[in-house]
Write a protein that binds this ligand. Structure first.
Ligand code: NAP
Length: 284
């Protein structure tokens, strides 16, 4: 059984990446159920435009946005403080922000941009919000991942996790996808018994702006691909809101809302290794 409408109306959902793609699709689905949604946007213009689209599509005008560039640790620290000053509860954090960079770039913190946006942002934002999530429990963290078919052999090269040698967009994308999924599982272990759960999910094909940094020939093809795929993310809305999975922790859901045993594919101790690495890179 799903949450009742009244339950959802009283719950606060914070969505990273809520201006586009998977995050916006989930924000829209939750708004349609009457939820209080707050999206993170790095630009006022895009944040406000996304909220306008969502309220026009759903009739839910309670949406809000907070500002952050999630590639920058100072900005993540600031947005978590701003959120906690504005809201005294957070029931669901949706880690849906992500990007693909087609050449090696470093952030102002000196971190590989792909790793910073796709992995560290989720690590730092989630950890900065764990206190308010625990106070608001039962609460959830859900983290977007990739197609389970490509997660069958999730090898992470901890000696070169930021692809400092021989950067390849494909390998950096895969590695950040594996690391983000492993982050969700390790978080789940650390949250056992706290009233907060962590799960990962594959959204299926959802309309996306991921090609924005791509070479021109991929950017040209993007509208054609987007014309063929959905603007909804049913599994994301389900994971964020369904009552029957309130206690489900540390697993991976595919786009059909089925659990796929990907958590068994990672080496023992890999999650702890990733955590220690993220701790070192963020001092958090
Ligand atoms: N779409 C799919 O079919 C699909 C399928 C499987 C997995 N995924 C994964 O889901 C993730 C999101 O994909 P998507 O399709 O939703 O991409 P998208 O349409 O490009 O949306 C990405 C979102 O992340 C935000 N973002 C990126 N960099 C940011 C930064 N530095 N600071 C703050 N926000 C930032 C974007 O904000 P702006 O609006 O400011 O750019 C946007 O809201 C990716 O990691 C992708 O691999 C997507």
């Amino acid at each position: 059984m799903n949450e009742t409408r009244t339950d959802i109306e009283n719950r606060v959902f914070l969505i990273s990446g809520g201006t586009s793609g998977v995050g916006k699709a989930i924000a829209t689905g939750l708004a349609r159920l009457g939820a209080k949604i707050v999206i993170i946007s790095r630009s006022a213009e895009r944040g406000q435009a996304a909220l306008k689209d969502i309220s026009e599509a759903t009739g839910n005008h309670r949406g809000d946005w907070v500002a952050a560039d999630l590639s920058l640790q100072s900005s993540i620290r600031e947005v978590s403080d701003v959120f906690k000053r504005k809201y005294d509860q957070l029931h669901v954090l949706i880690n849906a922000c992500g990007a693909v960079y087609f050449k090696k770039e470093l952030t102002a913190d000196g971190i590989d941009r792909m790793f910073a946006v796709n992995v560290l942002s989720h690590y730092l934002l989630t950890n900065r919000l764990l206190d308010i999530l625990q106070e608001s429990g039962p609460a959830r963290v859900i983290t977007v991942s990739g197609n389970p078919r490509f997660l069958k052999n999730p090898v992470i090269n901890f000696d070169d996790i930021q692809m400092e040698h021989q950067y390849s967009t494909m390998r950096a994308t895969n590695q950040s996808l594996f690391a983000r999924t492993l982050f969700a599982f390790e978080l789940a272990k650390r949250l056992e018994g706290t009233g907060v759960t962590s799960n990962a999910f594959y959204p299926g094909f959802v309309k996306s702006n991921l090609a924005r940094n791509a070479p021109w020939y991929l950017r040209v093809a993007a509208p054609l691909v987007n014309a063929c795929v959905k603007a909804e993310c049913g599994v994301g809305v389900y994971l964020a809101s369904a009552k029957e999975i309130e206690r489900t922790n540390g697993v991976f859901f595919d786009d059909k809302k089925q659990i796929v045993p990907i958590h068994t594919k990672f080496d023992d101790g890999a999650g702890n290794k990733l955590w220690t690495l993220c701790e070192g890179l963020t001092s958090y």
